[in-house]
Write a protein that binds this ligand. Structure first.
Ligand SMILES: [Zn+2]
Length: 484
């Protein structure tokens, strides 16, 4: 599909509907210690705003001559209201501040194209951190955390969104830049906010980044595509598209629509949805055994988050403690699947029927208590199975292609090589996230990009069964490694 079609905005999204309740637009004032003045901002509270709930928040930044009112030109109340009503966007609080962070913050000032004026915009990062974000969190029902916090802007506001979003990547999970202005990178007038090779999100985070460019924009010329190419050169995943329009609200409204539609997704929307899977491309299911713990498991999750992929985790019941429960929750909330690897990791072929049942049911109950979902899959400890186990465990047995990643002497490189050498469409890859298994964490930096280069899509084990049309049947006596 052509980018223009993919990022097309239905015309009626800027039109109010009779049957839809829209958000409430208000102007508020706050004290800025950064500028030493009282400053104005606009806010849109979602329809039916309820202080006992918590909402994700989008900071929307204006351009060089504008102020807190400029974004009203895109009618964000209507655009976002329609998206939410159609279930295409999450309910959110939208804040439109004055980005000119200096005492004289009126729009279209006489020094509009001076470096000093540009620097007032660059100073907004300080006000945001020191004054505005704390004010928002104190006075409104704001859901915190990077997965609930977004920043976007048009033109000069796009420059600042890129600067702030990448610098504060631990705070912002989503960054949108619509016709972003020059100055993010060095150019003839300014030294730039990042050196070319340093134009990456701080701290190893991978925020969702979206850059939109107008096909007849004569104001910021090729800067949007330069930012896109630089991110590409630096290996930063992002979305970039060209749409019809100049340096105007045709493009900015389109950007807002497409950005709002893609941010603050829930667990089910975050993982790869079945509709996103291309049946013509190969699939693979990464799986991890022997967690959870607060060290290696978290490092594995960070890697998955960084590369934007999901996996399936087979948990040992004895490792689920009050300390690791939050790790299980995080694993699940990211869109990963949770499965069962027995309570105490024994050779279960030596156990009685009752012992076998106890080893498995208790873990499924623990998992259900945390995630609300009962696991469907079981990985037998040491991949040892017998008829007694098949007869007493009502879960589908999963093996997988391993790379001896439980052997300390097998290097990260070797783990990655074995995995990439043996991979094929429909394969379950068996890895371990037990405490201290840092070589597997390291190997993921080769395994995941290596598979992506080969065109593989990452699915959970449940999705793998669905794609390959294999029934998930707890009664069959199979031990699956690859689904044809
Ligand atoms: Zn194990």
């Amino acid at each position: 599909m052509k980018a223009k079609e993919l990022y097309r905005m239905p015309k009626d999204y800027v039109t109010r509907r009779n049957d839809t309740e829209y958000g409430l637009l208000e102007t508020f004032e706050y004290e800025s210690t950064t500028t030493g003045t009282t400053r104005k901002a606009n806010i849109i509270l979602p329809a039916g705003y309820d202080e006992s709930k918590q909402y994700p928040i989008l900071y929307l930044l204006h351009g060089i001559g504008g102020d807190h009112n400029e974004w009203l030109g895109a009618d964000p109340v209507t655009v976002i209201g329609n998206l939410v009503a159609d279930d295409e966007a999450s309910e959110m609080i939208v804040v439109m501040p004055n980005v000119r962070a200096r005492a004289n913050d009126v729009g279209n000032p006489s020094d509009i194209y001076s470096v000093e004026h540009f620097q007032a915009f660059d100073n907004f990062i300080n006000e945001l951190q020191t004054d505005l974000m704390p004010y928002m969190e104190k006075n409104y029902a704001v859901k915190t955390g990077r997965e609930n916090t977004a920043i976007a802007g048009l033109s000069m506001g796009g420059r600042e969104a890129l600067y702030i979003g990448l610098t504060m990547a631990d705070t912002f999970g989503y960054v949108g830049a619509f016709c972003p202005a020059p100055g993010v990178l060095p150019y003839d007038v300014e030294p730039g906010l990042f050196e070319k090779e340093e134009f990456v999100p701080a701290g190893g985070y991978e925020p969702f980044i979206m850059i939109a460019e107008g096909d007849s924009d004569n104001v910021v010329s090729s800067w949007p595509s330069t930012y896109h190419k630089t991110l590409e050169e630096n290996g930063v995943s992002h979305t970039y598209y060209i749409t019809e329009g100049g340096h105007d609200f045709k493009v900015w409204t389109n950007g807002l629509y497409n950005f709002a539609e893609r941010i603050f997704k829930t667990r089910d929307e975050k993982g790869m949805g079945m509709k996103d899977i291309d049946p013509n491309k190969p699939v693979v299911a990464l799986t991890f055994d022997d967690g959870p713990n607060c060290t290696t498991t978290c490092e594995v999750l960070d890697k998955l988050e960084q590369y934007g992929v999901t996996a399936t985790f087979f948990l040992i019941g004895d490792n689920i403690t009050p300390q690791t429960e939050t790790v299980v929750k995080r694993t699940y909330d990211m869109g990963n699947e949770i499965a069962n690897h027995s309570k105490s990791h024994l050779d279960m072929t030596k156990l009685s029927e009752e012992e076998i049942r106890n080893e498995v049911t208790s873990v499924s109950e623990q998992i259900e208590a945390i995630t609300g979902e009962t696991p469907k899959f079981f990985r037998p400890p040491y991949i040892l199975v017998n008829d007694n186990m098949y007869g007493n465990i009502d879960l589908t047995f999963i093996c997988g292609a391993g790379c001896e990643d439980w052997v300390e002497d097998v290097s990260a490189k070797q783990r990655a090589k074995t995995t990439l050498d043996q991979v094929q469409d429909g394969m379950i890859i068996l890895l371990h996230d037990f405490e201290g298994n840092s070589k597997t964490v390291e190997a993921l930096d080769e395994i995941i990009p290596g598979l992506q280069e080969r065109g593989y899509q990452f699915v959970t084990v449940s999705q793998l069964f669905e794609i390959k049309n294999v029934e998930i049947n707890g009664k069959d006596k199979n031990l699956y490694t690859c689904l044809e």
